[in-house]
Design a protein around this ligand. Structure first.
Ligand code: UD1
Length: 323
């Protein structure tokens, strides 16, 4: 039996293809939704056609310690009750760390999907999360050979190169969007994209960019210089509504996953501080302006799509778990 954990928005995109593969092979599993992100298009598991979560909580908001501790308590009880062969955690969010901490204390084996990403910037909560989770893991599932190299001596077993499961979801979504009904939903949400003119997409949510007015002024300048095209900006809930933006920026509420993929697919430029959106834009062949310091950007080494991303990672992940 395999237990998977998802909490923050990108986690769902990463575990959906793994769950689909487990279902296909008839492998028993359960999945826990920690509720770090809830509602408002922030937890798109329905849209990703995932089954109902076996356990759903609400650890949203509060301090990092409170959030992480909430996840630990929740996951500990579930692991004690079900004693899975593996706990599968993905990415670098607080839910990933909390779940891994609960498992390591109970002697439940941990598989980390997206092992080996490093920014070496310890002011980022994600860097602490990913380094600690890799150190605790029994199976390090790496998205590319650079990550595999970096993490070689860190975990308790050797890393396995599996590719990027986010690209499995991206291909899945692009195929879904071929269905005209989904496209209609997209254009009704976003005026600029509807007009058929070239546009850019902006996403920004990193604490180092959005938490103070000084940081925001820097972001403002970068966005202003990036393009004079219309820019669609789906706002992340942690970003203050008071922050100013250049006049060519149109603010929209957080988009669902399929809408976001369609918005990226049809754009000409992507301006982002998100590692995941950077990878999606790279895969879609978009021009990219990164709002992160390139020296501290864990995907900064990527200028082209690694060959292994072009085929599905989920079958390789499940092979490694069943091996
Ligand atoms: C988290 C992850 C980050 C990831 C991002 C994706 C950590 C440390 N960070 O950052 O790596 O890139 O998710 O979105 O885990 N909020 C809501 N509703 C929601 C979600 C968030 O209102 O559904 C608000 C709350 O005020 C919350 C704040 O946003 O306190 C920040 O949310 P939090 O989960 O702490 O971290 P994110 O910034 O979303």
């Amino acid at each position: 039996m395999i237990t998977l954990v998802a909490g923050a928005r990108p986690n769902f995109v990463k575990i959906a293809p793994i769950i689909r593969e487990l279902q296909k092979r008839g492998v028993p599993f359960r999945w826990i939704h920690t509720g770090q992100h809830l509602g408002n298009n922030m937890d798109p598991w329905h849209e990703l056609e995932m089954p109902e979560p076996d356990l759903l909580s609400n650890v949203s908001g509060g301090s990092h310690a409170r959030q992480t501790a909430g996840v630990m308590q929740l996951v500990e009880i579930d692991l004690q009750q079900h004693r899975p062969d593996w706990l599968v955690v993905v990415g670098d969010v607080n839910s990933t760390l909390g779940a891994a901490l609960a498992a390591v204390k109970l002697g439940v084996k941990i598989a980390h999907v997206e092992a080996g990403y490093r920014s070496y910037d310890w002011t980022m909560p994600e860097e602490a999360n990913r380094c600690l989770v890799d150190r605790m893991s029994d199976l390090l599932l790496c998205p590319d050979s650079h990550a595999e190299f970096l993490v070689y001596d860190e975990g308790r077993t050797r890393p396995v190169l599996v590719g990027n499961v986010m690209m499995d979801s991206l291909r899945w979504a692009l195929a879904r969007l071929e269905d005209r009904a989904n496209n209609i939903k997209v254009v009704s949400d976003v005026d600029i994209a509807y007009s058929g003119k070239p546009y850019a997409v902006l996403t920004v949510h990193r604490p180092a960019n959005v938490d103070t007015g000084t940081d925001w002024d820097r972001v403002y300048g970068m966005v202003e210089r990036a393009t004079s095209l219309p820019i669609v900006w789906p706002i992340h809930p942690r970003v203050s509504k008071d922050w100013r933006m250049p006049a060519n920026v149109q603010r929209v509420d957080p988009l669902g996953y399929l809408n976001m993929v369609a918005l990226l697919r049809d754009s000409v430029l992507v301006i982002t501080d998100s590692g995941g959106v950077y990878e999606e834009a790279l895969y879609l062949g978009k021009e990219i302006v990164s709002l992160r310091d390139p020296n501290h950007f864990e995907r900064g080494h990527l200028t082209s799509v690694p060959e292994i991303w072009k085929s599905d990672a989920a079958p390789r992940i499940v092979d490694a778990l069943l091996h």
